[in-house]
Structure formats: structure tokens, C-alpha cells
Design a protein around this ligand. Sequence first.
Ligand SMILES: CC(C)(COP(=O)(O)OP(=O)(O)OC[C@H]1O[C@@H](n2cnc3c(N)ncnc32)[C@H](O)[C@@H]1OP(=O)(O)O)[C@@H](O)C(=O)NCCC(=O)NCCS
Length: 205
Amino acid sequence: MVPTETGFIRPQRSRGRFRHMDFTIRSASVEDAKAIAFVQVEGWRSTYGGIVPDAYLAAMDVESGTESWKSPLESSEVAAFVAEDAAGVFGFICGGKLREGGEGYDAELYAIYLLQDRQRGGAGRRLACTLAEVLRQQGFKSMVVWVLEENRRAVAFYKSLGAVQILQKAVNIGGAELSDLCLGWADLDCCLQGQVEAPSKHLDG
Ligand SMILES: CC(C)(COP(=O)(O)OP(=O)(O)OC[C@H]1O[C@@H](n2cnc3c(N)ncnc32)[C@H](O)[C@@H]1OP(=O)(O)O)[C@@H](O)C(=O)NCCC(=O)NCCS
């Protein structure tokens, strides 16, 4: 079973401004496939414009994305969560056992995306901490994530949660030669130290 965590973020002071972004983090189900695909396509276009070729981004579509999300969302091997508010799902995260990365690491954050106008409101941190907590309850000890080096905001986000660079490799996306960084948390507790508040209820592994 995919676990569930629900909570609300309290207004926080951050760099001289207050955040007022009430939202819920909950376990994702196959019914969320379309919303997740939409966030992913929008997230790619707003994040990788000027990095990944325009033709590649233009070819992404929500319909085929929806189909490819159904299987992972039905799998007990993948932990997936969405962030939503009154307007609906605006972000997601998923992860599970290590697919590729540093020796000695056992879990991987596969993907995290938020709609552009909902970034920097603390939802990314809450999603990452929720995933880390669930992976820890499943018995994992550590976690990696692959991120394009040119995606400097995401690199800063992961480092703010305690990740360190452990690998680098070249990757070709749509004809563009890019640098992919593998960042890692040797101890999931390290990621969890960035948590805003304790989960409001027990997470079933
Ligand atoms: C990366 C992403 C998931 C972060 O989520 P978020 O909700 O925007 O980040 P948070 O508000 O939780 O930020 C937590 C901390 O990360 C760091 N951080 C986040 N965004 C940052 C940025 N653009 N520049 C520098 N630091 C940043 C800060 O230390 C921040 O804490 P602070 O706001 O108290 O200073 C989100 O911005 C996003 O979806 N980006 C586009 C998609 C993407 O790049 N996904 C990752 C692919 S590998």
C-alpha cells in the first residue's frame, strides 16, 4: 500500500516575506495520473526552456504522459505523493529503490515537479521530506537524485536539504549534450532535518 500523509504548512517567514500557501500532501493514486502528467509537462517546459531543445519540449504531451504514469502509480514499488490545494494538484514527487547512482546508496528520488507559480512556497521541501520519511519506514537508509547541472535552482534546493554531489555523467536529451549530476543523502535523516513540521499522522510503510 502506498502510505498517506496529510498536513498543512503554516505561514513561514522566508527572506523577508511571509508564505501563505496552505496545501495538503497526500498519497498519489492512479486517478492522479493526468494531473501529474500535466504538472510534469508544464514543469519541464518552464524549467528546461533554453536548456533542452524546444522541439523536445514541444513534443511532450499530457495524454501520453498520463498513460505512462498509470503503471508506476499502481505499483507498490513506487512511493508517490501530490501537493494540492483548493485549485487542485500543483506538484508531485515519486521515488523508490535505487535505479542508478552511487554505490552504497539504496533509494532514489525519481522525480519532483511543481507548477511554476507554486514554487518557493515550501511544498518542494514538504514533498521531499514526506518521501524521505516513507522510504525510511520502508527500510531504506539513503537516497540519490539525478539533476541536470544547468538546473541550478533544483541543485540549490537539494543542497539546502543536505544533499552532496557524488557523481556526474554526460546525458543527451533531444540532441543536446548536457551534464547530469547525481546528488546523494548518505543518511535519510539528513534530508529529514529540513522538515517544516512533523507528519500529522503515522505513515504506513
Ligand atoms: C525544485 C523544486 C521542486 C523545489 O521546490 P520549492 O517548493 O520551489 O522549494 P521550497 O520552497 O521547498 O524551498 C526549500 C529550500 O530550497 C532552496 N531553494 C528552493 N528553490 C531555490 C531557488 N530557486 N534558488 C535557490 N535556492 C532554492 C532554498 O534554500 C529553500 O529554502 P528557503 O525558501 O527557506 O530559502 C521546485 O522549485 C520545482 O518544481 N522546480 C522545477 C522542477 C525541477 O527543477 N524539478 C527537479 C528536477 S531534478
